[in-house]
Write a protein that binds this ligand. Structure first.
Ligand code: AMP
Length: 219
C-alpha cells in the first residue's frame, strides 16, 4: 500500500509527478493547494479567507488546512493509499497528520523528496501556465501546449497563477525555507525521507520516482 508525502519546494514538480502517480498506481492525490484553489473558485467562506493568504504567497493558517485534510481522509478512496501533495507544510501540520494517521491505524510509507536546483525551480514557476478549467499544468519553455495559451486536454484557456508573479514567487520560496524546510529533519528522524534526484530530463526523473514507489508498492 502506498501512502506517501510528495515533498519539495514550490515549483519542484509535485503536481506534475502526482498526476503520473495517480495514473500508474490508481491512488488519489490529496493536494491542499488544489483544494484551496477550488474553494476560492467556488467563493466559499473558506475560499475567501484562504485567498487573503494565498495571493501573497503566505501559508493558509494550520487549523484551516488540517480540517480540510481531516475531512478528505473520510472519503472512501483514501483507504487504499494516497499521495499527499503540498501537505504538510509546517511542523504543526505534520504532527496533526501523525495523529490523524494513528487514529486511522495507518502509517506513512515514505516522504519522497524531489531534489531540484534553484534555477530550475525559478524557471518552472515563472513559465508555468495552468488550465482555467481542468487545472492541467504546462510550461512556456519546458512543457509547451500544442497551441499557445490553450489546454491540450480540454481546450480551455491557460493562465498564469496569481501567485506565480515574481514577487510572490520569492515570498513563497522564503516561506518554504522558514516553515516547511524543517520538515526534512522531522521526517529524516523518523527514517521516512527518500530524496530523489529530479534534475535533468523529465522522463528519467519520472522513472526514478516510479522506481522508488515500485519498491514501496511491494511492501
Ligand atoms: P500549492 O499549489 O501547493 O503551491 O499551494 C498554493 C498555495 O496554497 C500556497 O502558497 C499556500 O498559500 C496555500 N497552501 C497550500 N497547501 C497549504 C498547506 N499545507 N498549508 C498552508 N497553506 C497551503
Amino acid at each position: 500500500m502506498i501512502r506517501i508525502i510528495l515533498f519539495g519546494e514550490p515549483g519542484a514538480g509535485k503536481g506534475t509527478y502526482s498526476a503520473e502517480l495517480v495514473k500508474k498506481y490508481g491512488i488519489p492525490q490529496i493536494s491542499t493547494g488544489d483544494m484551496l484553489r477550488a474553494a476560492v473558485k467556488e467563493g466559499s467562506e473558506l475560499g475567501k479567507k484562504a485567498y487573503e493568504f494565498m495571493k501573497n504567497g503566505e501559508l493558509v493558517p494550520d487549523p484551516m488546512v488540517i480540517e480540510m485534510v481531516h475531512n478528505r481522509f473520510q472519503q472512501a478512496d483514501a483507504a487504499h493509499g494516497f499521495i499527499l501533495d503540498g501537505f504538510p507544510r509546517t511542523v504543526t501540520q505534520a504532527q496533526s497528520l501523525d495523529q490523524m494517521l494513528q487514529k486511522m491505524k495507518l502509517e506513512l510509507s515514505a516522504v519522497i523528496k524531489i531534489e531540484i536546483s534553484k534555477e530550475t525551480i525559478l524557471s518552472r514557476l515563472t513559465g508555468r501556465r495552468v488550465c482555467t478549467n481542468c487545472g492541467s499544468t504546462f510550461n512556456v519553455v519546458t512543457m509547451k501546449p500544442k497551441t499557445e495559451g490553450i489546454c491540450d486536454k480540454c481546450g480551455h484557456e491557460l493562465i498564469q497563477r496569481p501567485d506565480d508573479q515574481p514577487d510572490t514567487i520569492l515570498n513563497r520560496l522564503a516561506v518554504y525555507q522558514k516553515d516547511t524546510a524543517p520538515l526534512i529533519e522531522f521526517y529524516r528522524n523518523k527514517g521516512l525521507l527518500r530524496p530523489i534526484e529530479c534534475e535533468g530530463p523529465y522522463n528519467e526523473a519520472l522513472a526514478r520516482v516510479f522506481g522508488a514507489l515500485d519498491k514501496l508498492a511491494k511492501v
